[in-house]
Design a protein around this ligand. Structure first.
Ligand code: ACO
Length: 211
């Protein structure tokens, strides 16, 4: 396989790939049954597609030209104003959005790293089930880090909701700066919101500094 950039022309193909895999099997999507009542989730589609026009997203392509993995990377700048997000109509995806917002606030990248002006955010990583455990995610993250350096980013960041993403970025020398255990993340009634299957026990924010 080869790792190449995703262009705006790829958006539909990437979405059908994600509907088959990520929308169903990412640990949080899976444990809340995001697609139990519907064939897709428009809010998640928007979340996934949004970073593509930034031009730093990557795909792993098989020799026959099929997408076997994607890594959707978005630019985040210190000067970005926190947009008032539209109220999310999908109750399940809203829960995920709220978790990710909390993680982003508490990881506090720009507060923690005063010299970082912009970082590349690994927003979504997904590999075809038939090709997992062969280093494709690692190859996508490694190339992400390379293009980040080439384009003047000071840092790459990933929120690993999957233990396997965490393993991959640790191998590449990323550092964990924040952990939230799913068992400790509860609603107003004290009920745990996400209970993914083992080994996915927490979401961790990882960063890699580029010199
Ligand atoms: N069981 C045990 N270990 C595994 C497994 C498995 N099923 N799959 C991967 N690993 C390990 C690998 O051994 C490797 O660890 P190592 O370097 O210590 O050996 C590490 O996880 C990464 O392996 P890769 O082969 O590079 O990862 P892969 O290509 O399989 O892709 C991914 C990982 C993207 C998480 C894939 O499992 C997937 O698509 N999962 C469903 C969607 C998902 O959870 N996406 C990530 C959410 S977080 C985010 O998007 C930023």
């Amino acid at each position: 396989y080869k790792v190449v950039p995703i262009t705006n022309d790829d958006i539909e193909t990437v979405l059908s790939f994600l509907r088959k895999f990520f929308f169903r099997d990412e640990p949080l999507n899976l444990c809340i049954g995001l697609l139990d009542e519907q064939p897709t989730c428009e809010e998640l589609e928007k979340f996934c597609v949004e970073p593509i026009p930034d031009g730093f997203s990557l795909k792993a392509v098989s020799p026959s030209g099929e997408i076997i993995g994607v890594c959707l990377n978005g630019v985040v700048k210190r000067s970005d104003v926190d947009e008032e997000e539209m109220e999310c109509n999908n109750a399940k995806f809203r829960k995920i959005q709220e978790l990710l917002d909390k993680v982003y606030t508490e990881a506090d990248i720009f507060g923690r790293f005063p010299d970082v002006e912009k970082f590349l955010d690994i927003r979504v990583a997904s590999v075809d089930e038939a090709y997992r455990g062969r280093g494709i995610a690692k190859a996508l993250f490694d190339e992400t880090r390379r293009i980040a350096g080439e384009n003047g980013f000071e840092m790459v960041k990933a929120d690993a909701t999957s233990h396997f993403t965490a393993l991959a970025v640790i191998k590449l020398g990323f550092h964990c700066i924040y952990t939230l255990n799913y068992a400790e993340y509860k609603d107003e009634d004290g009920q745990v919101i996400f209970s993914p299957e083992d080994p996915h026990t927490c979401v961790k924010t990882f960063v890699y500094r580029i010199n």
